[in-house]
Design a protein. Structure first.
Length: 154
């Protein structure tokens, strides 16, 4: 076994719409992976849910995270530099950069979600004219494809 090193120039990178994702690596023997995600002003995700939990750590900028639920109004979280946000499994949510300045965050995810990003990602940013609403259905379909089955639902 050797030590794995990823520098800004050699890490795999893809764009999911306008967000640039750098794949930083994983813990050997673990399904946990670390991503570096840059979210330009106005970019973000549509509301969605998935089996895998997520952990965001904001390095730069101000990120807006929303939690949705049928019994509650949306909960709005403003996460600035040094803030971590943990999103449990199956919690409906989204994130968006409403600040007008770039956001950069580290994200800890399970390998199933990393596979999802690799499936929908592209080598270059996608046209900014696509709206989050236009992306909602494919996002939901792909997220469910890459979510591992839970023992109580399999």
């Amino acid at each position: 076994m050797t030590i794995d090193v990823n520098t800004p120039s050699n890490a795999d990178r893809l764009w999911v719409v306008a967000d640039r994702i750098r794949f930083l690596g994983s813990l050997p023997g673990s399904p946990i992976e670390l991503l570096d995600i840059e979210v330009p002003a106005g970019s973000g995700t549509p509301p969605h849910t998935h089996e895998a939990a997520e952990l965001f750590y904001v390095l730069e900028g101000d990120l807006t995270v929303r939690q949705f639920g049928s019994e509650i109004p949306p909960v709005v979280i403003h996460a600035g530099p040094g803030t971590s946000v943990t999103i449990p499994s199956r919690v409906p949510h989204n994130y968006v950069n409403e600040s007008g300045k770039p956001v950069r965050m580290l994200v800890v995810l399970e390998a199933s979600m990393v596979a999802f990003f690799r499936d929908i990602g592209s080598a270059e940013p996608t046209s900014a004219c696509r709206t989050l609403r236009e992306l909602a259905l494919p996002w939901r379909d792909m997220a469910s494809k890459h979510s591992p089955a839970r023992p109580d639902t399999a």
